[in-house]
Ligand binder design. Structure first.
Ligand code: ADP
Length: 295
């Protein structure tokens, strides 16, 4: 199975023609509350794609916490080890413009309490095929999870988002790093994705850089880099494209499918998700991904 150690957030989404600049007020078209958080999004993406998925993290004691837990359970994600921490749940304040672009403020709330593993967490991770991690939990929690997985020979897949410098002890236990091109550039100081991937391979054995509408790029030590194009679709909301991609990618890898095939399958899933509004609510189920049906 797949374990996700990560964040749960309630996404508070404003749809606007054009995002406001500092000091500016704009009238939006619509407001939605959408359960999200990078961890929860990746968990839902992987579960809908047919993975057996468990989530480690924390929701708050507010009403959002109840909804966040139910949302995971609704997509068949195991929440037995999802803690309930006194105080507010994490929230993400998202502005989506008419071109499908987004700008996001995240307030950690309960996620901020996940700075260590319980013995139960470690037991679950030890039995997994892969551990998915992002950077919306305290770094101490992320490192503890990745180190536990590494100790037990469990593959670690890290989305370095929100972008920040990665400590050497985290890189040392990362098997596959999946940044988008902006994160790859921030981590390396190199704008060209191919060259950035090359640089990242000095720190981790495998990298997949997502390139938005341009697809994704795989690089591994001792192999030629491979680019897999994304299906051409009309993007409505790219909020959870990267999370959909990495969740679905991991399901395919755990099933033993080769990397280029896994990337193509994940690209189809991500392309389906960007054509609909929302975060986890926009993610496709396995039959849709297999059919490759692009509306
Ligand atoms: P993030 O969502 O983390 O910023 P990207 O923008 O790179 O990451 O998107 C992740 C993946 O989602 C891409 O590799 C691609 O497969 C898919 N994707 C994103 N935007 C589009 C788009 N406009 N058309 C088709 N696929 C897209």
């Amino acid at each position: 199975g797949i374990v996700v150690l990560g964040s749960t957030n309630m996404d508070l989404v404003a749809y606007v023609p054009k995002a406001p600049q500092r000091g500016e007020t704009v009238t939006g078209r619509e407001f939605r509350t959408v359960p999200g958080g990078k961890g929860a999004n990746q968990a839902v993406a992987a579960a809908r794609a047919g993975g057996e998925v468990a989530m480690i993290g924390a929701v708050g004691t507010d009403d959002f916490g109840v909804v966040l837990r139910e949302t995971l359970e609704h997509s068949a994600v195991d929440t037995d080890l999802l803690r309930t921490a006194e105080g507010p749940s994490g929230t993400a304040h998202i502005v989506v413009d008419d071109e499908g672009g987004n700008a996001i403020v995240v307030i950690p709330g309960a996620n901020g309490t996940v700075d260590h593993l319980t013995p139960g967490d470690e037991t679950l991770i030890a039995a997994a095929d892969a551990l998915l991690l992002q950077l919306e939990l305290p770094l101490a929690g992320v490192i503890a999870g990745a180190e536990a997985a590494h100790r037990h020979g469990v593959r670690t897949v890290l989305t370095p988002s929100p972008a920040q410098p990665l400590p050497p002890e985290l890189l040392a236990v990362t098997d596959l790093l999946v940044p988008n091109e902006h994160e790859a550039a921030l981590l390396t100081g190199i704008a060209d994705p191919r060259a950035a991937a090359e640089a990242l391979l000095r720190q981790v054995p495998q990298v997949v850089i997502t390139l938005g509408a341009a697809g994704s790029l795989h690089a591994a030590r001792g192999a030629e880099p491979v680019t897999v194009p994304a299906p051409r679709v009309r993007a409505v909301d790219t909020t959870a494209a990267g999370d959909t991609f990495v969740g679905v990618l991991t399901v395919a890898l755990v099933e033993g499918r080769p990397m280029p095939e896994a990337m193509a399958w994940a690209s189809t899933a991500a392309a389906l998700s960007v054509q609909r509004a929302g975060a986890s609510s926009s993610m496709p189920y396995r039959p849709e991904i297999d059919a490759g049906r692009l509306e």
